[in-house]
Ligand binder design. Structure first.
Ligand SMILES: N[C@@H](Cc1c[nH]c[nH+]1)C(=O)O
Length: 376
């Protein structure tokens, strides 16, 4: 039998220790508090569900991304949640089906994926987010993007970039003004993703019609001009998308960098007309994502929704959410009434249990010297 070293954890799973564990909770709290000021109310779905209920609700949530286990009790396959958006959708479609719309829900908790991605080796990540259920309008997008920005700013994040995308653009163009044979749609998507103009042209004239989309990428205003030129060439087929993007961008503060990548689809498996990625200066990869999507109702119809999720772990690693608490050592024989007063004033106290303990070694900045906290 293999003996496991007691400190060994499965690949991609790890502990958060002091002080990061507290920083993580604090950061989640700040985001939840910010979204609460905009009317979003918290739900706490379970860590695992029946695999079917997770995959059914959101179109194209792929079963192969899920970490699954067979439940000995129900004999059914359970899956750890990879994304709480699907669970908020399930709650909205079932237990809160009759709650008035729009329904504003928020959530925070760990999510688990089968495989880590190249940028981050963790399979478990903290996800904090908000979902606006009942609308996927431009007004809903404006609210969601701005609430996401405000939540990050409340957490102390600066240098924010929002990258807009139109996740179902290729599908809708292919079904309308720029027809593509079904067997080349995927190849067109791949080459647009790779921004490989040569390979796109090589797929034939139908595919080459999509070339201008490669150019319509980059800083928002310049990229939008190129997207508009493309739109003019296809008879205004994406007028409403363009108007929508412009309206969403308009109220965003000058301190936020806006970019456009209309064909970006990485991470947008279920979003439809609108998607966005959030980046922060100094961090590789996105720290959040959001967009519009459809939730399947029990009667088979769809309900529109819009939301965002943040993945704050890289921020926590970088020290966001950290605060140096005022930590006070209480020597043996201290005055407990005074200590209680000081706790009410915001001190964290560490009481000696035996003679000869060292408060500084307990990471205390001060010790209680009579009635006065005294710095070490
Ligand atoms: N949950 C999605 C983002 C999202 C929230 N709501 C809509 N989209 C993600 O993590 O990629």
């Amino acid at each position: 039998m293999t003996i496991f070293p007691p400190g060994l954890l499965p690949e991609g799973l790890s502990d958060r220790l002091p002080p990061q564990a507290e920083a993580s909770a604090r950061l989640a709290r700040r985001v939840l508090d910010t979204v609460a000021t905009h009317g979003y109310e918290r739900v706490m779905p379970p860590l695992a569900e029946f695999e079917e209920t997770l995959t059914q609700r959101l179109k194209s949530m792929r079963a192969q991304d899920l970490l699954r286990v067979v439940d000995p009790v129900s004999q059914r396959t359970l899956a750890f949640r990879p994304d709480m958006t699907a669970q908020a959708g399930r709650i909205a479609a079932t237990r809160l089906a009759n709650a008035p719309r729009p329904l504003r829900l928020s959530y925070a908790g760990p999510v688990i994926r089968l495989r880590a991605n190249q940028l981050r080796p963790e399979r478990e990540r903290l996800q904090v987010g908000a979902e606006l259920i009942g609308s996927d309008s431009v007004a809903a997008a404006v609210e969601i993007v701005n609430v996401a920005i405000e939540a990050l700013q409340a957490a102390g994040v600066t240098g924010i970039t929002i990258d807009f995308t139109l996740p179902d653009l290729i599908d809708s163009l292919a079904a309308g003004p720029l027809p593509l044979a079904p067997d080349i749609i995927e190849a067109v998507r791949t080459e647009l993703d790779a921004k490989d103009a040569g390979a796109l042209t090589a797929l034939g004239p139908d595919a080459a019609a999509y070339l201008p989309l490669i150019e319509a990428t980059g800083p928002f205003h310049a990229a939008m001009d190129r997207l508009e030129a493309f739109n003019a060439r296809i008879g205004g087929a994406i007028d409403s998308r363009i108007a929508g993007l412009r309206a969403i961008a308009k109220p965003i503060g000058w301190d936020i960098t806006l970019t456009l990548d209309p064909t970006e689809r990485h991470g947008f498996e279920y979003q439809n007309w609108f998607g966005f990625s959030i980046f922060a200066e100094g961090f590789i990869g996105e720290i959040g994502r959001g967009g519009s999507y459809a939730i399947a109702r029990a009667d088979g119809t769809d309900e529109p929704a819009m939301g965002f999720s943040l993945y704050p772990d890289p921020l926590i690693d970088a020290g966001f959410g950290g605060e140096s608490p005022k930590r006070l050592f209480l020597p043996l024989g201290h005055d407990p009434v005074r200590a209680a007063d000081l706790r009410r004033e915001g001190w964290q106290t560490v009481a000696a249990l035996s003679e000869g303990e060292d408060g500084a070694a307990q990471r205390c900045s001060h010790w209680l010297n009579g009635a006065d906290p005294t710095a070490y």
